[in-house]
Design a protein around this ligand. Structure first.
Ligand code: HEM
Length: 497
């Protein structure tokens, strides 16, 4: 098996930085005329980036006080225009995937109201890029880069943001857009569920500090080939994703493929309407004579504390949430965990098709590493939070080697699909952005189909990024041209061609 060069991969691939609960995401456009400044900035930044070989706690739930080894961390991702601004030329740029080059929210043409990509993602209605705060069709459309900053506490984060913003003087065109995310101490997202539990385990990745509950069974379910998440290595199809030529890690640096040891990063600002979710859950609970937690768990597919709805009569150790369950033999009909529940759609494990082993093998071709965090204050049911405190949600981040085959496939073919898993109606209660489809919950003697007034989540911004390897960034820094005088019209003209 090809060994991943973890010291060249950015740490966010292996770490959720659970020990660094405060984060900032700086989004910016490059100053087009600052070749020298960009070169110097990138060369020094590449040495400050946290590498995957650096260790530390790798998942939010593992963040027991004081176990982390660092007080802050930085990672860097670039859009296609960002790469172009760093002097990456057309032949190299064309080796990146079409969806990355096209971007998350291409502009509509005269004939189409929603471009194909927006339709695939379900970014329609109030989630249309027309209304996004950034990355969409109007406001702050062009984004070149994303700096991901993580720190132990708010003060350290503020210092880190100030220091990195200072270093970008002359490099970025204007004050970067600064989104703040944080883990709550209980690692619950705004709808009240513990998050960050189920992640793929990359085969051969450096060992975690903490053993998992029932390691062997988990490995069978969750272990995935490195090429699903790091470019240049074999994936679940035994191919190297995106490899249209030699991606030789041992080649002299000038000839190295800049995709090697990198991956794609999907960033979406998903606003959550917690009041609407709570109202829906309360009404349905009253109607069914169940508790609110019972209803909420049927929408998510896990209890609020993370406990799976598929039970095998055993309990995990106290500090560990079970993730070693399958669906085919345990709950084929969805009476325990509804077929359309969020976690079952987002990772159907062995449940799609007649053969569970084949189904599990196929679902491993469509996994994502999730690194999202909540933003905004927690919802106050008493309504006392006051003005300006009413926007909250998830800064959703997914890492994958193939945006179309992983993130987009999950969103389009599983989450947004009313016929998922043999259903005849219903889409994901949590992350489908359309209000037309009902939510389906299996029960005897007949299934429940419930309409909601509006989706609980709306897209507010987003972009596709590339998270390069460290050496690729050094190589880019060495070859940034003095002036990248690219006009808006020459930017990525080849994509439109
Ligand atoms: C605001 C929107 C969202 C919220 C509140 C949310 C929340 C959650 C929660 C609480 C879990 C269970 C905990 C865990 O397994 O880590 C989960 C799992 C998951 N979510 Fe989401 N999610 C959202 C959007 C999305 C989107 C847009 C996608 C993908 C397109 C996605 C993909 C997944 C996946 C793959 C899992 C793991 C399922 C498993 O392996 O069992 N989520 N989500």
């Amino acid at each position: 098996m090809a060994k991943v060069q973890w010291d060249d991969v950015q740490a966010i691939v292996l770490r959720g930085y659970g020990d660094l609960p405060h984060s900032a995401y700086l989004l910016w456009r490059f100053n087009t005329e600052s070749g020298l400044a960009k070169r110097q900035w990138l060369a020094t930044l590449a040495e400050r980036l946290m590498r995957a070989s650096a260790g530390g706690d790798d998942e939010p739930g593992a963040a027991h006080a004081g176990r982390g080894t660092t007080r802050s961390a930085i990672n860097l991702a670039l859009t296609a225009t960002g790469l172009q601004q760093l002097g990456v030329g057309e032949p190299t740029l064309n080796s990146f995937s079409p969806e990355f080059l096209e971007g998350m929210a291409p502009l509509p043409s005269d004939e189409t109201r929603a471009p194909r990509r927006s339709s695939i993602l379900g970014d329609i209605g109030e989630s249309s890029p027309q209304y996004w705060d950034w990355g969409g069709w109007h406001e702050q459309r062009e984004i070149d880069g994303l700096l991901l900053l993580f720190a132990t506490d708010e003060d350290s984060l503020r210092e880190l943001v100030e220091s990195e913003t200072r270093k970008m003087a002359g490099v970025a065109q204007r004050i970067p857009l600064d989104l703040k995310g944080h883990f709550n101490p209980d690692f619950k997202e705004h709808f009240g569920f513990k998050d960050g539990i189920s992640q793929p385990l990359i085969e051969g990745a450096p060992q975690r500090k903490r053993p998992r509950h029932r390691d062997e069974k988990q490995a069978r379910i969750s272990q995935v080939k490195p090429g699903e998440f790091v470019l240049g290595y074999p994936n679940e199809r035994n191919e190297r994703v995106g490899d249209r030529g030699a991606m030789n890690g041992n080649a002299p640096h000038a000839k190295r493929d800049i995709r090697l040891n990198g991956t794609y990063l999907v960033f979406r600002q998903l606003e959550q309407d917690v009041a609407a979710f709570d109202d829906f859950v309360s009404r349905l609970a009253a109607y069914l004579g169940k508790t609110k937690d019972w209803v909420a768990a049927r929408l998510m597919g896990r209890e609020p504390d993370g406990k799976p709805l598929i039970q095998d009569g055993t309990d995990a150790p106290e500090d560990c949430v079970r993730n070693d369950f399958l669906y085919h033999y345990e709950d084929r009909t969805g009476l325990a965990c509804p077929i359309g529940a969020h976690v079952r759609r987002a990772n159907p494990r062995d449940s799609l098709g007649s053969d569970p082993d084949t189904a599990l093998r196929l679902s491993k071709m469509h996994r994502i590493i999730r690194r999202g965090r909540p933003y905004g204050k927690r919802w106050d049911p008493s309504g006392r939070a006051g003005d300006g405190e009413d926007r909250r949600g998830m800064l959703f981040i997914a890492l994958n080697a193939d945006i179309a085959g992983q993130f987009e496939m999950i969103q389009h073919t599983w989450i947004n699909n009313p016929h998922f898993g043999g259903l005849y109606t219903g889409t994901d209660p949590i992350s489908h952005f359309d209000d037309e489809s009902p939510i389906t919950i299996q029960r005897r003697p007949t299934n429940l189909h419930i309409r909601r007034k509006a989706p609980f989540v709306k897209v507010r911004g987003g972009a596709y990024f590339f998270l390069p390897g460290i050496q690729a960034l050094r190589d880019m820094a060495a070859s940034v041209p003095d002036e990248t005088l690219l006009t808006a019209s020459s930017r990525l003209s080849h994509v439109a061609a």
